[in-house]
Design a protein around this ligand. Structure first.
Ligand code: NAD
Ligand code: TYD
Length: 359
């Protein structure tokens, strides 16, 4: 009730992915009169299984489609008169961006520009008032580049992206700001650190390690395992997005972080402890699975966030302790073995294609 802005019809892109599914669940729960349209292409990373508990909610609708499909997007804007867009759809995995950068440029850059163009056409011109609308771009701290042992990324840190993934996200951030400055499109951007929690595709470090420890397979640690990431509970990211959407200042950027830095090798040790304990194995059983492998090309050394702006201006901070979040996350993946195994086998992909292909 104390929100600065109220939104009724929201387009969420990438809602079948990891973070997007948590965002949709949160928005529907917190805002009783909000309607959400989820536009998602259902790539390998998107699974409607992530939203099964809300798929029959009458304030929720799923549309299968590409954010780069200008005609489809224009039609959705006419049909639903969106007052906000929460844009999460992206190719999101750094290693894949090294193998196949063009898909990242296509979706993250051209796709974002296509959405911006549609929002501009729908919301601006002909004396229209766009002051109660918002185009929210969900971005990453990786746009700021790589830190040494000291320092934090703040909202004024210069962009210095180094991977195809991060440079495509940096490009999209620049486009969003350009549409704001040039056309007056109301926008907000947030740049967040590494997320963890339920429903993350098991190519990312934490679910991949949980799965391999469970199955007693090698644990590939890149380089010497000394790279540092700041880890944030995905539901805390969703609550930050909800807060910024409703109370952020137009044109403003907010950094979101967990104040929770871990060296990869220490995190792998923590996961080994948790998974071995949960599976009733003697402590240290899986340590021998650690396998140092060739480092990722251009591997960023350290990410860390100064999240003082969002705390001081919007009153947001992380809600849960990492130890608790990690325990709960391990529990979730072990309890949902079927999810983990089928998203990686491609079965769900085919299943949902048949179920929802024509919606
Ligand atoms: P994800 O890979 O789990 O999900 C991406 C979703 O986008 C999938 O459902 C996929 O089907 C969909 N998608 C991909 N291309 C599409 C297209 N062309 N049209 C429509 N839908 C498409 O990603 P995630 O980890 O949930 O990340 C979501 C967003 O948050 C991304 O923009 C990412 O850059 C950003 N982000 C992620 C993290 C993180 O730690 N995962 C941290 C900060 C920011
Ligand atoms: P990742 O989850 O891919 O996120 P990002 O690269 O976007 O930060 O990787 C997190 C860290 O873990 C990163 O430093 C790379 C490292 N890593 C490994 O050491 N082994 C792995 O198998 C993976 C996937 C990542």
């Amino acid at each position: 009730a104390s929100d600065m802005n109220q939104f009724k019809n929201i387009l969420v892109t990438g809602g079948a992915g990891f973070i997007g599914s948590h965002v949709i669940r949160r928005l529907l729960k917190e805002h009783a009169d909000m309607h959400v349209v989820n536009l998602d292409l259902l790539t390998y990373a998107g699974n409607l299984e992530n939203l099964r508990d809300i798929e029959s909610n009458e304030r929720y609708a799923f549309v299968k489609g590409d954010i780069g499909d200008a005609a489809l997007i224009a039609q959705l804007f006419v049909q639903h008169d969106f007052d906000a867009v929460v844009h999460l759809a992206a190719e999101s995995h750094v290693d894949r961006s090294i193998e196949n950068p063009m898909a990242f440029l296509e979706t993250n850059i051209i796709g974002t520009a296509t959405l911006l163009h549609a929002a501009k056409n729908a919301w601006l011109g002909d004396g229209k008032d766009a002051s109660n609308r918002c185009f929210y771009h969900v971005s990453t701290d990786e746009v700021y580049g790589s830190l040494g042992a000291e320092g934090l990324f703040s909202e004024t840190t210069s962009y210095d992206p180094r991977s195809p993934y991060s440079s495509s996200k940096a490009s999209s951030d620049h486009l969003v700001r350009a549409w704001h400055h040039t056309y007056g499109l109301p926008i907000v951007i947030s740049n967040c650190s590494n997320n963890y929690g339920a429903h993350q595709f098991p190519e990312k470090l934490i679910p991949l390690m949980i799965r391999n420890i469970r199955d007693q397979r090698p644990l590939p640690v890149y380089g010497e395992g000394l790279n540092i990431r700041d880890w944030l509970w995905v539901e805390d990211h969703a609550s930050a997005i909800d807060t910024i959407l409703h109370n952020g200042a137009s044109g403003r950027t907010y950094n979101i972080g967990g104040l929770n830095e871990w060296r990869n090798i220490d995190l792998v040790h923590a996961l080994i402890r948790e998974v071995d304990a949960a599976m009733g194995r003697p402590e240290g059983t899986s340590l021998e699975l650690i396998t140092y492998v060739t480092d990722r090309a251009g591997h960023d050394m350290r990410y860390a966030i100064d999240a003082s702006r969002i705390e001081s201006e919007l009153g947001w901070k992380p809600s849960i302790q990492f130890e608790d979040g990690l325990k709960e996350t391990v529990r979730w993946y072990l309890d949902n073995a079927e999810w983990m195994d089928s998203v990686t086998s491609g079965n769900y992909q085919q299943y949902y294609e048949t179920m929802y292909g024509n919606r």
